[in-house]
Design a protein around this ligand. Structure first.
Ligand SMILES: [Zn+2]
Ligand SMILES: [Zn+2]
Length: 393
């Protein structure tokens, strides 16, 4: 919503510059209002134009207007002169505690100058929830959406997706991805069209039929397998060993007590077929609390077993919560950014997923799918070999 407003305001002739600020710019997962900074030398002209774009617009003070968007969300417009655009952007981006930790904000035309004038290294907006990064000697180099070279956890019409295998493949190839991991639901998730062994055969035949048309993109065959109530993985070893990768996810019995739920997930990660742990807490923002888990035990197990944890970028999930990411990477856990796409449009969830990673302070080296196809294939193969070795031993 902030971005749409920004685009419309940018079209006003008398507007010098416009940027989204506040919690939207900090990529906070749940926002209470939208803030925009608008610089102009013709205040009155701009206010008259803004009234055509933003409903219920009223002046709060000399520098601030307040209105409503879509009848539900407060919009604040911060008017400023071009020479103070940067300092206004900085102050209204917040957070309040970051700005306080930063100290004096000198007038500046760009935000970079706000930092330069105080000889402080730039802190990305996502990292401004508190002043912690100001104390770091070196800022983390945050992962960018363009650095993702492929992804996993993609559904098709074989389970509950809305686009077919060829549609999902073609749309992925158009994003210049080097690889794509298809993973429809497993058979216990019958309510989500989970595939029986027969269904799997048909799905894999369909992938084989179409994958050549998207070459050189590689298509990995996987499943989003249910973590059953006792922590075992749906399908069992024989079927699981046929996949290139397995996303293991909890889809049932959400209300188990914290210890039992943690035991269940930890046990699932002991299964050598599991490549990724899917949506760690199952939360749905603003509608369903995640199941309660002991993060430290899960991170320890993931590091021990080399199971990668998914950052589910679906905007309704954004699961794992960014606040826990550093704790995990400090233990050696590797993350992978997945869209959990049920349509070609939902591939965009890798972008929101990357925002989560950035907010958590993660760099490309912490994210599995910033690696190229050869390295990814090698890792997946090595994990498959390990399974065989365990079986023989
Ligand atoms: Zn799922
Ligand atoms: Zn899914």
């Amino acid at each position: 919503m902030g971005e749409l407003l920004r685009e419309r305001i940018a079209l006003i002739d008398a507007v010098d510059d416009v940027e989204v600020s506040g919690s939207v710019r900090r990529r906070l997962e749940v926002i209470g209002n939208v803030n925009l900074v608008v610089s102009t030398r013709q205040r009155a002209v701009v206010v008259a134009e803004l009234e055509k774009i933003i409903a219920e617009l009223q002046e709060i003070d000399d520098a601030t207007l307040k209105g409503r968007a879509r009848g539900e969300m407060d919009v604040f417009v911060h008017l400023t002169k071009p020479a103070e655009f940067g300092s206004t952007l900085f102050r209204t981006t917040g957070s309040a505690s970051f700005v306080e930790a930063f100290g004096a904000v000198l007038k500046a035309a760009t935000e970079e100058q706000v930092f330069e004038k105080r000889e402080i290294a730039f802190v990305e907006p996502e990292r401004r929830e508190d002043g912690a990064d100001l104390k770091l000697k070196r800022r983390p180099r945050l992962v960018e959406p363009s650095q993702l070279r492929g992804t996993f956890h993609v559904h098709t019409t074989f389970s509950d997706g809305r686009n077919s295998v060829p549609e999902m493949l073609t749309a992925a190839a158009q994003r210049d991805w080097e690889y794509l991991g298809i993973s429809d639901h497993s058979k216990t998730a019958y309510y989500a069209g989970g595939l029986t062994e027969e269904g799997l055969k048909a799905q894999q035949a369909e992938i084989a039929l179409h994958e050549k048309s998207v070459a050189p993109m590689r298509v990995f065959r996987g499943t989003e397998a249910d973590i059953l109530q006792d922590g075992s993985i749906d399908y069992g070893a024989k079927v699981l060993s046929t996949f290139d990768f397995v996303v293991a996810s909890v889809h049932s019995h959400f209300t188990m007590p914290k210890d039992e739920m943690t035991d269940r997930i930890v046990r699932a990660m002991d299964d050598p077929h599991v490549t990724f742990l899917g949506h760690l807490t199952g939360r749905l923002l603003l509608s369903r609390e995640g199941y309660s888990v002991d993060y430290d035990r899960i991170f320890d197990k993931a590091a021990e077993r080399g199971v990668m944890i998914e950052i589910n970028g679906n905007p309704r999930r954004l699961d794992v919560d960014w606040r826990y990411l550093r704790r995990a990477v400090d233990r050696g856990v590797v993350f992978s950014i997945h869209p959990d796409a049920h349509s070609i449009g939902e591939y965009n969830a890798v972008i929101t997923g990357t925002w989560v990673a950035r907010k958590g302070g993660l760099s490309p080296k912490h994210i599995f799918n910033t690696r190229g196809v050869d390295e990814v294939e090698e890792v997946l193969k090595a994990r498959r070999k390990r399974k065989t070795a365990r079986k023989q031993g």
